[in-house]
Write a protein that binds this ligand. Structure first.
Ligand SMILES: [Zn+2]
Length: 502
């Protein structure tokens, strides 16, 4: 699952600087070099300097990201920190804790080393920088000091990479020359480095999607590329985005063999990173890949292009999960029964939560045990919203209209807003959704969906604390229409079209 956790740092000192310096002086103020010094063990040396040192006269703290997406002690990888003033004289500092340093006077240049060995927990590979053999992922959010990461929209960073000569580097960032990039949003910048991957640039009505595949798979590259194209085109149509967007998809394999079916992914900005293990059979592996791409490609729009602040993970995770199921049914990659089974499992999980907290609260505590609840309850809320909109509009509208409205109103460069407030406002503008947001998003009431299920022709049975769902055997006309809108008859319809075309 994606664990995109937005880190939002306020750059207070910078507002003060803006009072004294005209904007044009601030263009491109930081230069950094990221150099791979050794490959075994993987070590990176980072050097940087603030070109307009005045901006940072008051800056004496030097610190690094500690935790991300539940992965802890990241700053322990940092060593050999050195700080310098503008005359290149060394500045003394105190190490307050791992990744936290306090300089004795102002500094404008810095260098340090990073142990970039692959994380022991393989799941972390989708979320943090590492180099492993001939593949590496460099994520500037954990590679650079926080004071560089946090200034993302106000200063430009020019970064140079020194890599083994036969390695490639691929990124969505603006390329100035070979291995030199200009970064606008440091926190979201990702670089894929290494050799021996396969790649394809796919044009989807004016959008460029680059897909890199690392490692041998049961399915062919062409099958994976075609899948990404189909899913991207589906969402592009759903959200109604402009052309000329760029996206990168990186698919790699877990190295350990005993992890059938496991996968871990993150969408950061316009970069999708997926690590997965094979399933016993090729058809299952392909089905899994489809599921991964449906979920992660959704994130390229939400939350990546929404200008929201705060923790609204319940929405972009729960609703991504639900929408991914809906797309699966629509394009006939998922049976309607499996769609219902997934919803039923989420209901069982939600029922079994001993400590019920609202989705708003759960989103604040995502990495402290609330992650499962966000996905399960978030998905159920999305389903209920979809069902109620379908019912109220007699099948004319659906949750897709809500997605489109949120995206069109809040996509960049719309002004930054609190995500929870903006989303709740749009959901609550539909009268039928008010009880849902009140009971299940803002409060932690047990989900009672019997009436809604009945109106759309689905039966629910609870046995031994397990929820089971199935479509009614004899739905009435109205129920039949709504079931069809949810994709109940898709499989049959497709078969009919195929037969007619033969
Ligand atoms: Zn996700």
């Amino acid at each position: 699952m994606s664990k995109l956790n937005r880190i939002y740092f306020a750059a207070f000192f910078f507002f003060a600087c803006l009072l004294f310096f005209p904007l044009n002086i601030l263009a491109e103020t930081i230069e950094a070099t990221v150099k791979i010094t050794t490959l075994a063990p993987s070590t990176i040396e980072v050097r940087g300097r603030n070109i307009s040192a005045d901006v940072r006269q008051k800056e004496r703290n030097f610190s690094f990201l500690q935790n991300y997406a539940g992965i802890e002690n990241l700053a322990e990888r940092i060593s050999q920190v050195a700080l310098f003033d503008e005359r290149a004289s060394k500045i003394d500092y105190r190490k307050l804790s791992s990744g936290e340093y306090l300089a004795e006077s102002n500094f404008s240049e810095w260098s340090y080393q990073i142990n970039a060995a692959a994380p022991k927990n393989e799941s972390a590979k989708a979320h943090v920088s590492f180099i492993d053999g001939e593949q590496g992922i460099l994520m500037l959010g954990d590679l650079l000091p926080i004071n560089v990461v946090e200034n993302d929209n106000r200063e430009t960073l020019k970064i140079t990479f020194e890599l083994p000569s036969d390695w490639k580097i691929v990124s969505n960032e603006k390329k100035i020359s070979e291995r030199v990039f200009e970064i606008a949003d440091v926190e979201k910048a990702v670089f894929y480095i290494g050799k021996n991957w396969r790649e394809k640039e796919i044009d989807i009505s004016g959008d460029q999607v680059k897909f890199l595949i690392f490692g041998e798979r049961q399915f062919s590259d062409a099958e994976a590329f075609a899948m990404a194209e189909e899913i991207y085109a589906f969402y592009k149509n759903l959200f109604g985005a402009e052309p000329n967007q760029k996206a990168l998809i990186y698919l790699s394999k877990f190295s350990s063999a005993q992890s059938h079916g496991r996968w871990e992914a993150e969408t950061r900005g316009s970069n999708v990173t997926i690590f997965s293990a094979e399933m016993p059979f090729k058809t299952q592996s392909l089905q899994r890949l489809h599921e991964q791409l449906r979920h992660e490609i959704f994130h390229l729009w939400m939350p990546s292009r929404l200008n929201f602040s705060g923790n609204y993970d319940w929405f972009y995770e729960g609703f991504a999960l639900y929408q991914s199921l809906r797309v699966g049914v629509t394009v006939n990659r998922l049976r309607f029964e499996d769609f219902l089974d997934t919803l039923a499992r989420a209901h069982t999980i939600d029922n079994l939560q001993s400590r019920k907290i609202s989705l708003i609260e759960a989103s604040k505590n995502r990495w402290n045990g609330a992650n499962t609840q966000i996905y399960a309850r978030g998905m159920l809320v999305a389903f209920l919203c979809d069902a109620l909109i379908l019912q109220k509009s007699k099948g004319k509208n659906s949750l897709s209209d809500v997605f489109r409205e949120i995206y069109q109103k809040h996509k960049l460069p719309a002004p930054r807003q609190d995500g929870n407030t903006a989303i709740l406002q749009i959901l609550e503008s539909r009268e039928e959704l008010r009880p849902i947001t009140e009971n299940y998003v803002k409060n932690a009431r047990a989900i009672d969906w019997r009436t809604t299920l009945e109106t759309i022709g689905i039966e629910s049975v609870e046995e031994n604390f397990q929820t089971k769902l199935k479509a009614k055997e004899k739905p009435n006309g109205r129920q039949k229409d709504l079931l069809d809108r949810l994709g109940y008859n898709n499989w049959r319809k497709l078969r009919k079209v195929q037969n007619e075309n033969q």
